[in-house]
Design a binder for this molecule. Structure first.
Ligand code: AMP
Length: 214
């Protein structure tokens, strides 16, 4: 099963990607998580990427492609994956297709989790992240058991630099300019499905499973 999750930053695609990956026993591959892991470990790539991420801009296609190609080589990808945050530009999508095409393979589903911009800005302001394990929470809708503390690793939760309102507005601009054209790209391939991202997490999940099992 090879699935791409599309949607604006904060649409909830990561939450769904994790649930779907767990259900089908395939890895959840988030380029944002991989990049943040590199930042945490202060790798060369992480240092380069941070400059762009903190401004709400995209990291260069070739850097991200390098990461994804390396990730695909791990054995857990043999039965597929759920891609979250990749591809994010048309050049990334065509590079991915070219890579799969060589192996007579292809992406089967592109799922767009749709949420209006104004809802996203409010949501992101309430998002809290654990910079240690990468889990995210929300001050109203996805509270940790203990306020401000990660349920899994006891680390203090923070508002990520790239979730600050001014950065979110920039990220949405970048999304509309560079990522939204992917909707048409996958629509033309006949694999695009859209789900309403303002529904509850459970309802969105059920809708996606319905699509994947139709
Ligand atoms: P995310 O957690 O998916 O929202 O990603 C956080 C940030 O990482 C984005 O705002 C970008 O700066 C960077 N990033 C993640 N995935 C990509 C990608 N496929 N291409 C370029 N930049 C990316």
């Amino acid at each position: 099963m090879k699935v791409i999750m599309l949607g604006a930053p904060g649409a909830g695609k990561g939450t769904q990607a994790k649930k779907i990956a767990a259900k089908y026993g395939v890895p959840h591959i988030s380029t944002g998580d991989i990049l943040r892991e590199n930042i945490k470990n202060k790798t060369q790539l992480g240092l380069k990427a941070k400059v762009y991420m903190d401004q709400g801009l995209l990291v260069a296609d070739d850097l991200v492609l390098e990461l994804v190609v390396a990730r695909f080589k791990l054995s857990d990808c043999k039965n597929g994956y759920v891609l979250d945050g990749f591809p994010r530009t048309i050049p990334q999508a065509t590079a991915l297709d070219a890579k799969l095409d060589k192996k007579n393979d292809k992406i089967e589903y592109a799922i767009d989790v749709y949420v209006a911009d104004e809802v996203i800005v409010n949501r992101m302001a309430g998002r809290r992240a654990c910079l240690n394990c990468g889990r995210t929470y929300h001050v109203d809708t996805l509270k940790p058991k203990l306020e401000g503390i990660c349920d899994y690793c006891d680390t203090n939760l923070v508002l990520r630099d790239d979730d600050k309102p001014e950065t979110v507005i920039k990220r949405l601009e970048v999304y509309h300019e560079q990522t939204k054209p992917l909707l048409e790209y996958y629509e033309k391939k006949g694999i695009l499905h859209r789900v309403d991202g303002t529904e509850s997490i459970d309802n969105i999940y059920k809708e996606i499973i319905h699509i994947l099992e139709a």
